[in-house]
Write a protein that binds this ligand. Structure first.
Ligand SMILES: *[C@@H]1O[C@H](CO)[C@@H](O)[C@H](O)[C@H]1NC(C)=O
Length: 289
């Protein structure tokens, strides 16, 4: 009797995980993948929103799951990240901008969009305001410094280097590549539709999204509240485990941590799949021009 009592939570958790795992099977209807490889504050969220409007399955829960992906990536472990690519057909935000070489090779039919700002000083200012609030270890991998404040020249050179690297790499693969200026508004539909699949190959009759936040997820108070609570928990877990990611080196003490994140991944994956199945499927087809 006591044995059953003690094992109930474990059985319950196992049951939840089995169900979650069952829900979280990748769909077979994915299209050639689109990777948005602009750095932060270049409008990647807006382009992601546009792809979502086109019915692309975009990597969701981005503020949460991606953090774990970024940390493992920063430590040279691409496994978790590559695993994720099986489930989606649109990707944006860190660390995808730095994975274009690997993804271009892994998915020969995938497409890439480099998002840029028209004026690099405007970009820097935007970075200072939105990203410069605090230091975050992985920023060093993308911007050459953990924080923007006081490192403006380095951060700007990282932006220029990224643009150069991407252009060089795609110079002989132009059919898979486009650049976008988020300040250009509706013009971006034309560029997007040259790279991604638009309904009947035509341009949608809606304004090009311009979002600073993932409005994508704001559906109702309950979902928002759950999302917020989940974010809070994951952020605390991330804070607690951040030292381990970097100081102990990913290999040594991190087996347990890795197992925890795997459980979280399955749960998040199941939530994402449910979201796509229940909410996204019901959306009316997009009107075209
Ligand atoms: C950008 O490239 C230059 C030249 O290769 C290099 O000296 C500089 O350190 C790079 N900047 C960053 C932030 O990596």
């Amino acid at each position: 009797m006591r044995f059953w009592f003690a094992s109930t939570p474990i059985l319950l958790l196992s049951a939840i995980l089995i169900i979650a795992n069952w829900i979280a099977q990748p769909q077979s209807t994915l299209r050639p993948k689109v990777f948005v490889i602009g750095l932060s504050k270049t409008g990647t969220t807006s382009i992601g929103d546009a792809l979502a409007l086109l019915g692309y399955k975009r990597l969701g829960w981005k503020d949460i799951r991606s953090r774990h992906l970024v940390h493992t990536w920063a430590n040279g472990d691409y496994g978790a990240l590559v695993d994720q690519t099986r489930f989606y057909d649109a990707f944006e935000d860190l660390p995808w901008p730095r994975m274009f070489r690997e993804m271009a090779e892994l998915y020969p039919d995938s497409r890439f969009i480099l998002s840029l700002r028209r004026d690099e000083q405007v970009w820097l200012e935007s970075m200072r305001r939105h990203v410069g609030r605090g230091a975050w270890q992985p920023y060093a991998c993308f911007y050459g410094a953990m924080e923007v404040e006081g490192n403006e020249a380095t951060v700007l050179s990282a932006y220029r280097n990224h643009t150069t690297d991407v252009r060089e790499f795609f110079a002989d693969k132009l059919e898979r590549y486009a650049e976008m200026n988020i300040d250009d508004g509706d013009q971006n539909w034309e560029i997007l539709c040259s790279i991604a699949e638009c309904p009947q190959g035509r341009i949608p009759a809606v304004p090009f999204p311009k979002s600073n936040t993932a409005t994508h997820w704001n559906h109702n108070v309950l979902v928002d509240l759950l999302h917020w609570m989940w974010s809070w928990t994951i952020t605390r877990l991330e804070e607690w485990s951040a030292a381990s990611y970097y100081q102990d080196g990913w290999q040594s003490t991190n087996a347990l941590l890795s197992a925890c994140w795997s459980v979280i991944d399955v749960v998040e994956q199941a939530c994402s799949e449910l979201y796509f199945k229940l909410v996204v499927r019901q959306q009316a087809p997009l009107e075209v021009r």
